[in-house]
Design a protein around this ligand. Structure first.
Ligand code: T3D
Length: 268
């Protein structure tokens, strides 16, 4: 997959070059908060990423923020206004987005360039590898609006950092600085602001020539583990290993090792 593709969207930027897909949330004056049109564009870009068999997806934000969650200006709270059915927006917008990111058959890197609040934080945390700039932060802002953390936050955060820390973040809505998020194991890494683009670019380049099919099965197995018994997980590992043992990249990996040369993986 070597083509270059750039689609004109209104609220995101999308670019697909040499196996690397990049989505940039692009409403910087609103800290890239989500509206319905942005959700639709994201869904489309994610589907294109999968269809093009990209080897890696990078998700980031334009300007000083990553994403401030739902655009609250879209919610009409005036007297007499019909209450919005938030269950419907979760069902039709946030739930599909989280599941689509998790299901992508390639690593998804989130480059958190600034504040990530509400659903913006939890969409970042739904990505496979999260690298944040030192000035970035994560805020479970929902409690300040009388809501529960959504976009998978009540599922992923306690699993990653334990109940005590997850509960504190969710009940207080305090700003969690990127370095502390890394120290707690909520994200992969925190880097100096000026290093974020280079660090993420280096990682994306690495994944663009990696054995993608094996990595896709790896993320599938790791995400499945929390709902599986050890025996079920061992079965899954067996099945995936059986499948991958017939792949081009396994043959290439072994051949390259034996010949003491660099492997040339196709992702298949
Ligand atoms: O509704 C549903 O569908 C249910 C689903 C909910 C999912 C959710 O995400 S709920 C949580 C929604 N998000 C928040 O509550 C966060 C709101 N934002 C903030 O608390 C702060 O903006 C931040 C802590 C993220 C950043 O603070 P700061 O001081 O760096 O920036 P700021 O000045 O507050 O924001 C800059 C601009 O972005 C400002 O616009 P202005 O005044 O310059 O024209 C601000 O209004 C706008 N902005 C920030 N967040 C949102 C937003 N506009 C709309 N919606 C936002 N979420």
């Amino acid at each position: 997959m070597n083509e270059t593709e750039a689609i004109g969207y209104q609220y995101i930027l999308f670019d697909l070059t040499a196996g690397i897909a990049r989505i940039t949330l692009n409403r910087p004056d609103k800290l890239n908060s989500f509206n319905e049109a942005m959700h639709a564009e994201l869904r489309d870009a994610i589907a294109r990423t999968a269809a093009a068999k990209a080897r890696v997806l990078v998700l980031t934000g334009a300007g000083r923020g990553f994403c401030a969650g739902q655009d609250l200006a879209d919610r009409n709270m005036s007297d007499g206004a019909t209450p919005v059915d938030l269950g419907h927006t979760i069902e039709t917008l946030y739930r599909p987005l989280v599941l689509a990111l998790r299901a992508l058959p390639m690593p998804v890197i989130c480059a958190v360039n600034g504040v990530a609040a509400g659903a913006g934080a939890n969409i970042a945390l739904a990505c496979d590898i999260v690298i944040a700039a030192r000035s970035a932060s994560f805020i479970q802002a929902f409690c300040k609006l009388g809501l529960v953390p959504d976009a998978g936050g009540t599922w992923s955060i306690p699993r990653q950092i334990g109940t005590a820390r997850a509960m504190g973040l969710a009940l207080l809505g305090d700003k969690l600085p990127a370095q502390q998020a890394a120290d707690w194991g909520l994200i992969w890494k925190c880097v100096n602001d000026e290093q974020l683009v280079a660090e993420v670019g280096k990682l994306a380049l690495h994944f663009s020539t990696a054995p993608t099919r094996g990595l896709a099965r790896t993320k599938q197995a790791i995400y499945a583990s929390s709902g599986n018994t050890l025996a079920q997980q061992l079965d899954m590992e067996r099945d995936f290993q059986r499948e991958l043992g017939g792949s081009h990249d396994y043959r290439e990996g072994v051949a390259a090792f034996m010949a003491k040369r660099s492997p040339s993986f196709t992702g298949e």
